[in-house]
Design a protein around this ligand. Structure first.
Ligand SMILES: [Zn+2]
Length: 281
């Protein structure tokens, strides 16, 4: 087990299949006063520089990041932000975080009902092929399990996405205890603090920015034009969402009986292992 001292910077790796609500969870954890929500760092690696999703090149935080520095990126981010918990989604291979003095690593395995995740994938893919979606979810979970299985169990915490939705304070307390920081009640109001995520669920990030009276800068759109508009589908769902009681149960009205049957055949057993029904409730 990596024993972080109270001075260490901690990379909090949120591990989950895509479409599992990890941007929402990242922003929530990143609302702890000692934490910062980076969300996805892949875009930063691809572009060779960070661009704030909300503020673009004019970001007061990221404009202070020095790409020519030899300092470890996470240590530099912690230094310029003043935050010691850096929350990252599925980015363990993106920026160096292993064997860095003063940098500890923790892993939060975010598990969501496979039926919801597969339905969300179908929505994003614009597809009805549940066979493909169920297989994708199963493979993705298995891959994460293999990766997490090699780690010290003391560094891994499994969190149920639905419980995090339903009882946010209790689950945040549990996560804070795991990370070795005091729970702060203000973190559940994740729509209030300023965030500087690099990428993630564009609709959620855009809506949260709008709620704070900010507009998403066009820089990221220019830097990453492919499919940007396509990522903005279903904005209405987010604009109408009650962030104090955030729930995403859209899949229940979308998945047909036949698709549910297909899901159960392919991935029902794995879903049951994580405490969810195998198919129809
Ligand atoms: Zn920013």
């Amino acid at each position: 087990m990596e024993q972080p001292s109270s001075r260490d910077v901690v990379v909090v790796n949120l591990i989950s299949p895509s479409y599992s609500g990890s941007t929402w969870a990242n922003i929530l954890l990143g609302s702890h006063p000692q934490a910062m929500a980076l969300c996805e760092v892949t875009t930063m690696v691809k572009l060779g520089r960070p661009i704030c999703f909300i503020h673009g090149d004019g970001c007061p935080l990221w404009s202070r990041y020095d790409t020519t520095s030899t300092e470890n990126p996470y240590l530099q981010i912690a230094r310029i932000s003043g935050k010691r918990l850096l929350v990252v989604n599925n980015g363990i291979d993106d920026l160096p975080q292993a064997g860095v003095p003063g940098l500890a690593r923790k892993y939060v395995f975010l598990v969501r009902d496979g039926r919801a995740t597969a339905a969300s994938a179908l929505r994003k893919w614009g597809s009805k092929n549940m066979l493909k979606a169920a297989r994708w979810w199963k493979k993705s979970i298995r891959r994460k399990e293999r990766m997490l299985g090699k780690l010290d169990p003391a560094d891994v915490l499994q969190v149920c996405y639905e419980r995090l939705n339903d009882d946010t304070p209790a689950q945040c307390k549990r996560i804070c205890e795991f990370l070795g920081v005091p729970y702060e009640a203000s973190m559940v109001e994740y729509w209030k603090p300023e965030h500087h995520p690099l990428d993630g669920n564009a609709r959620l990030l855009k809506t949260l920015a709008e709620k704070r009276g900010e507009t998403v800068a066009p820089d990221l759109e220019k830097a990453k034009p492919e499919g940007f508009e396509g990522r903005m589908i279903d904005m209405d769902f987010y604009r109408k969402a009650d962030f104090a009681n955030f729930q995403d149960e859209r899949w229940r009205g979308e998945v047909t009986g036949w698709q549910m049957f297909v899901f159960r055949m392919v991935a029902g057993r794995l879903n049951r292992k994580y405490g969810y029904p195998s198919g129809m409730d």
